[in-house]
Design a protein around this ligand. Structure first.
Ligand code: V47
Length: 383
């Protein structure tokens, strides 16, 4: 049966069917059309061509090692400036305590990012990675956004490549996609003028790929950026991926205005969140995975996003401080059982992955009473 693609998008549909690359102009039309369902339908064709019915999730834990940051980004509610009484730095021992807290859950990935705290010496970064690995030697450490890597190299007074190799030897296995914001000089000047620009972010990603560290990529949308800038962001990522093939996943990050300098702006709608996933899946034809990060998109939108181009909803998280309802409220968690149930409810087939998208079978979580927590579709655990 012929799908209902409106005439204005039919040429894009033909390219999708023929696996042809979409142009920047196509991307702009995908942003501007009122027919979101048609965009989602086309994105789903690519999503299912790549991953079939599978939807990935990961048992992970986030650790934010310091909230002190000298970058003063206007969109951020996480940081406090140096000398603020609420500032903290987790010691390697504090971090080990956090890791120990969830040893009963077979977590495969620890995601460790934070503010840019100029007081931290190079040895600190090595020590916190070693500290995690000492408690959970088998865990993948996904650590430090591009902006942190620039700071780490500055603290080390060494070339970026060298610190990447040293931290890789200490146990970093991949790099999260944060810090990219929007690759636009205009947006940077308004929102994050003290921070690395797009060329610098790209340099970090390229260097990581050269030393064998896969990375993710993000875009923070829904504030002052426009569709042209979003398309340019996607095209720049696609070009780098053509060169290096080092990106694993792209994660559009839905702006949360609450408690930021921009809290008068309305938050992106569900429509905007779904469109961002779908346009990304269509434009980033060389990215293996598109993630709907449930913390920012909500789990409900992420369920729908699994039909709009996303093949991953991320993980169990445990604590998350970058976006949260109140300053005190850091506990944000979905158990493996909840993730599996939500994926099944959405009509997809859940698959647990590790940091590098290998399928893993690490067994059930253990409840507080010591009983294994079975999930739908899993064989009962024998005594
Ligand atoms: O770099 C900051 C963004 C990023 C806000 O790689 C905000 O798998 C929304 O990059 N509203 C950090 N976003 C998070 C991140 C990430 C998250 C999940 C998975 C992965 C991955 C990466 O969060 C920052 C910034 O771009 N951010 N403030 C805010 N108010």
């Amino acid at each position: 049966m012929e799908p209902k693609i409106p005439g204005e998008l039919y040429d894009i549909y033909e390219k999708v069917i023929a696996s042809e690359r979409l142009s920047a102009e196509d991307g702009l039309r995908l942003y501007n059309t009122a027919n979101l369902n048609a965009v989602g339908y086309m994105a789903n064709i690519i999503r299912e061509r790549r991953c079939g019915n599978v939807a990935w999730y990961v048992r992970n834990q986030h650790i934010n090692y310091t909230n002190i940051c000298n970058k003063l980004c206007r969109f951020c509610s996480f940081y406090v400036p140096p000398k603020d009484s609420r500032g903290y730095v987790l010691s390697p021992e504090d971090i080990q305590e956090r890791v120990r807290q969830y040893l009963h859950i077979p977590i495969t990935e620890i995601h460790m990012v934070a503010g840019i705290n100029p007081k931290l010496p190079y040895s600190y970064y090595i020590d916190i990675v070693l500290a995690v690995k000492e408690i959970r030697p088998e865990v993948y450490v996904k650590a430090f956004t591009a902006i942190e890597w620039v700071q780490i190299a500055r603290a080390a007074k060494k070339p970026l490549r060298e610190v990447m190799l040293e931290l890789k030897a200490a146990g970093v296995s991949s790099i999260p996609g944060g810090g990219a914001e929007v690759f636009s000089d205009r947006v940077q000047a308004e929102m994050f003028w003290t921070k690395a620009d797009s060329d610098e972010w790209m340099r970090v990603a390229r260097t990581a790929h050269e030393v064998g560290l896969p990375t993710n990529a993000t875009m923070l949308y829904g504030h002052i950026e426009n569709p042209d800038e979003r398309v340019q962001h996607l095209v720049s990522l696609r070009e780098l991926q053509d060169e290096t093939r080092g990106f694993l996943a792209y994660i559009p990050l839905s702006f949360h205005p609450e408690r930021t300098e921009l809290e008068d702006l309305p938050a992106p709608t569900g429509e905007a969140d779904l469109r961002e996933i779908a346009v990304a899946r269509l434009m980033l034809d060389n990215f293996p995975h598109i993630k709907s990060f449930w913390i920012m998109n909500t789990i409900e939108i992420s369920q729908v996003a699994l039909w709009y181009g996303a093949d991953d909803i991320d993980g169990t998280i445990q604590e998350y401080e970058i976006t949260r309802r109140t300053y005190e409220e850091t506990r944000q968690v979905l158990t493996r059982k909840q993730l599996v149930e939500r994926i099944i409810e959405a009509g997809r087939e859940p698959a647990e992955r590790d940091n590098l998208y290998n399928e893993v079978r690490t067994g059930p979580d253990v409840a507080e009473n010591g009983e294994p927590v079975a999930v739908p579709g899993e064989l009962p655990v024998l005594p």
